[in-house]
Design a protein around this ligand. Structure first.
Ligand code: RB5
Length: 149
């Protein structure tokens, strides 16, 4: 899979570990930064990865900040993004099966790196179940359409 990855200054080293892990599993990773420890603003990186997902430049996106919350909120502002902020694998899996999540966020200050790898694994392997869930995904699209008016 081709995966976009982005982060703020809090998660530079952590992101490198996640990136290396993804590459070791055979995924292609597109890095949207930051790779600097200078203070950075998470909305910029959340939006960049989200745009890459929506445009089809990458298949999925993973974004990381201190808590995973801010960068996840930023990603979810982009139409077509369903970003799940996760601290454990169960929600990550269900976000794929039920919500067809196309982005994942977590917090470098919250989730230990080995747990993060487990979350990433189940999220990447999880299959959208479609069927009864699609009506709800369509409703999310309807919300976006109403916001555009
Ligand atoms: C940066 O200090 C911090 O606010 C950011 O990494 C993130 O946790 C925001 O949600």
């Amino acid at each position: 899979m081709k995966i976009g990855i982005g982060n703020d200054h809090v998660a530079v080293e952590y992101k490198s570990i996640v990136r290396g892990y993804l590459e070791s599993k055979g995924h292609e990773v597109v890095n949207f930064g930051t790779d600097s420890l200078e203070r950075a603003n998470y909305p910029e990186y959340g939006e960049a990865v989200a745009n890459a997902v929506v445009s089809g430049e990458v298949d999925r996106g993973i974004v990381i900040c201190g808590t995973g919350v801010g960068i996840g909120i930023a990603a979810n502002k982009v139409n077509g993004i369903r970003c799940c902020t996760c601290s454990e694998p169960y929600s990550a899996l269900l976000s794929r099966q039920h919500n067809n999540s196309n982005m994942l966020s977590f917090g470098a200050r919250v989730v230990g790196i080995e747990l993060a790898k487990m979350i990433v694994d189940v999220w990447l392997d999880g299959e959208y179940e479609d069927g009864r869930h699609q009506v709800r995904i369509d409703m999310l699209r309807d919300i976006e359409a109403r916001q555009r008016r």
